[in-house]
Write a protein that binds this ligand. Structure first.
Ligand code: NAP
Length: 257
């Protein structure tokens, strides 16, 4: 039995991944904050799937996942840390609570969940952390989001090496902009003005399925974002120059008149 835990299953990318995984014969534990969309999703997928609704930033939700797995006698061979939040905002405009919430959801909670689930996971196993191109390319308006995704990028790489003799692979799968409600109206308008390419959620789900078959340390989805991510690591000042030229456009959406 192939068992996977998918967080953020009720979101745009989560639903697409759940569909691809269920079609591939995976039995899923679907995790998100809201019960109704998770239950609806579980009922329309082929196979039998479990739902755990709760805020992953709270220890009680992470404990509930562990307890449900134990009660079901499930040993997952796949954990997908996909739940995330994003706020387009310059640093000075973010309040402390919003900064903490973003870092907790995108970085601390998935690390704590991974730590809690590792002892229960089957070997061979895989952990896939959903990153973002914005975790490799510092972009104005996304300093907190970028910090959280970059943090997960190095967490993934280090843990993958730490588990190198434990038959668990950890990968960081980085989508570019994707059509989901995560991008609010301002973010979508900015993407349009900047000419950003935006993928359908199923593009990410397909990349996930490829990643499961051919795991690697990190995988970027789409070009030229993948190329710019590499370029940014070698020549950050070159990329800085082109992003700074776009600041007037970006400000139209972060600071509307
Ligand atoms: N959309 C993009 O442009 C894009 C690009 C690159 C990477 N990504 C990454 O892809 C992943 C999925 O994003 P998406 O676009 O599918 O976003 P989405 O549609 O907004 O879905 C986010 C999901 O995360 C869940 N979630 C958020 N905070 C949570 C918390 N504290 N506890 C439990 N669940 C929580 C939400 O649950 P509820 O619905 O119950 O609130 C929802 O299922 C994220 O990690 C995101 O950073 C997205």
């Amino acid at each position: 039995m192939k068992i996977a835990i998918l967080t953020g299953a009720s979101g745009g990318i989560g639903r697409a991944c759940a569909t691809r995984l269920a079609d591939d014969g995976w039995q899923l534990m679907l995790v998100g904050r809201r019960t109704t969309p998770l239950a609806e999703l579980a009922s329309r997928l082929p196979g039998h799937h479990e739902v755990v609704a709760g805020n992953l930033n709270e220890a009680s939700t992470r404990t509930a996942i562990v307890e449900r797995l134990t009660a079901l006698d499930w040993a997952p061979s796949l954990l997908i840390n996909n739940a995330g939040v994003n706020q387009l905002s310059f640093l000075g405009d973010c309040d402390e609570a919003e900064i903490e919430a973003q870092l907790t959801t995108n970085l601390i909670a998935p690390i704590l969940l991974t730590r809690a689930l590792l002892p229960l996971m089957a070997r061979p196993g895989q952990i896939v952390n959903i990153g973002s191109a914005l975790g490799a390319i510092g972009h104005p308006g996304y300093s907190i989001y970028g910090a959280s995704k970059a943090g997960m990028r190095l967490f993934s790489q280090a843990l993958d090496r730490e588990l190198g003799d434990d038959n668990i692979r950890v990968g960081w799968l980085a989508p570019r902009a994707t059509h989901t409600t995560m991008n609010n109206e301002a973010a979508q308008a900015m993407q349009k003005a900047l000419g950003t390419r935006v993928d359908a959620p199923d593009v990410v789900a397909q990349a996930l399925m490829t990643h499961l078959k051919r795991p690697c340390t990190e995988r970027f989805i789409g070009q030229p974002e993948g190329f710019f991510a590499r370029l940014n690591s070698f020549l950050p000042d070159l990329v800085r120059g082109s992003l700074i030229k776009q600041l007037p456009i970006i400000r139209r959406f972060t600071h509307p008149a």
